[in-house]
Design a protein. Structure first.
Length: 450
């Protein structure tokens, strides 16, 4: 049933013509057509207002455009002609909120860096407790350093292998690979995998795939664990001993050595040279936020080595007094570049400018066939705050450290790339290699898998 007409809006007709010329009631279809026409008028008015504002270089007056269109709408069709400011204000607030969120995300140019992220205590899938514990230690940087992380990973995998039980109608060589995949994924979710971990895991998978299917399960697991022990012994422990002997011979009495941050193999070289009776002093250069040099300083000074501690900006003031620079490495690439703790490149280039030899101590299992040209393509963000700090504080540590804020983003790249032109030689367990010949490391190892 159609709605009765409003007598105020009904057109007046002369007497005598009212009955013959009276307009019929408007149908629902006609009302819908009128509403659509009004909506089209509103859209056209809004588009015209936006185009005018854009041509004048200003923002489109949203409220005025809608308001003008709304005034032309009749009061009867309130659902059609009335503007909706609550919805518009909600959209505006949402846009402002999105801008705030984007600002809090920091610079997008560094968004591909591996960010430190807490590991959830709720574990999804069949993850071994040893892997869960190790992932937490990785995410909190309680275990850091290429060698320490690789040894901890292989040791945890030994526990995983010993606790593994092959399901019925499966072989260990095939199903164990499937069982290890979520364990590796969980570790990577805590912190990006290092080159050393990748090389070790690749070698472990190769040993698993080559295992004899006719061996009893326990014997096969024992053989795999024994292979892991051999890898740790040969590629890390014995390699460090060989590097310690080779690099230690480069240290003479009266030398002033400089090292940056903390490298486990460089620490062994310095301690070994001191135990051999050589008299030298060490300048330990450090930087925030990790402050790993404090731990190295504590170890060297406790051993009786004369040490001095300085931060990275002071390198230029002491580099003229240095005899040799000893540096560690996170990974070694085929083009001779060294990927190491952020700040290493600055120390190496400063030493080269002052004609000071730069010796990198690195095991061959850190070698990568890839070519890396910068530290921007691949990197990792160090956590904020000072690590390994032992000095007393009058205020809480959190009050002295900077944290991310609305208009402040803390950026601490964990690694940088030292070009081969800044390196004098690389000491490995297969000998002293110039940077131009780093690609020959696989040949020196008999082309065995790294």
């Amino acid at each position: 049933m159609s709605a009765p007409e409003n007598p105020r809006t009904r057109p007046q007709v002369p007497n005598g013509e009212a009955s013959g010329s009276q307009e019929p009631p408007i149908s629902k279809a006609e009302q819908s057509r009128q509403r659509r026409a009004i909506q089209e008028q509103q859209r056209a008015a809004k588009a015209q207002a936006q185009a005018t504002a854009k041509a004048q270089g200003g923002a489109p007056p949203k409220s005025s455009a809608k308001g003008g269109a709304a005034q032309s709408a009749p009061k009867k069709g309130s659902a059609v002609g009335t503007s909706k400011p609550p919805r518009d204000s909600k959209d505006t607030t949402g846009a402002a909120g999105d801008d705030g969120i984007e600002m809090s995300r920091g610079l997008r140019i560094f968004s591909h860096f591996g960010l430190p992220k807490p590991v959830s205590h709720v574990v999804k899938g069949d993850i071994h407790p040893a892997i869960v514990r190790l992932a937490l230690q990785f995410s909190e940087f309680k275990i850091s350093g290429a060698n320490a992380r690789c040894i901890a990973t292989l040791t945890a995998f030994k526990t995983v292998i010993q606790d593994y039980v092959t399901p019925p109608n499966n072989t260990l060589s095939r199903h164990l690979m499937t069982h290890l995949s979520p364990q590796i994924t969980h570790l990577v979710s805590a912190r990006p995998m290092s080159i050393t971990m990748g090389n070790a895991i690749r070698q472990l998978k190769l040993e698993i795939s080559d295992s004899d299917i006719d061996l009893p399960e326990q014997d096969a697991k024992d053989l795999l664990c024994e292979t892991i022990d051999y890898y740790i012994r040969d590629r890390i422990i014995i390699a460090d001993q060989v590097i310690e002997d080779i690099a230690g011979k480069k240290i003479k009495d009266g030398d002033v050595l400089l090292t940056y941050a903390r490298s486990s193999v460089v620490e062994k070289v310095l301690l070994g040279a001191h135990s051999d009776g050589r008299k030298f002093s060490v300048l330990v250069v450090d930087s925030r936020p990790m402050l790993e040099g404090k731990k190295l300083l504590s170890v060297l000074s406790s051993a009786g080595i004369q040490c001095s501690y300085l931060l990275l900006p002071a390198v230029g003031s002491v580099i003229n007094e240095v005899s040799t620079v000893f540096l560690g490495a996170h990974s070694l690439h085929s083009n001779g570049a060294v990927y190491s703790r952020s700040g290493t490149a600055l120390v190496a280039m400063m030493a080269k400018q002052h004609s000071v030899p730069v010796v990198v101590c690195c095991e061959t299992y850190k070698y990568s066939d890839s070519v890396q040209l910068d530290s921007f393509t691949k990197n990792e963000i160090a956590p904020s705050g000072d690590f390994f700090s032992s000095y007393p504080l009058a205020q809480p540590r959190d009050a002295l450290s900077l944290h991310n804020q609305t208009n402040l983003e803390i950026l601490n790249p964990l690694y940088d790339l030292t070009p081969p032109t800044s390196i004098t030689a690389v000491v490995t367990e297969v000998g002293v290699i110039p940077p131009s010949s780093i690609s020959s490391i696989p040949l020196a190892l008999g082309r065995q898998n790294l």
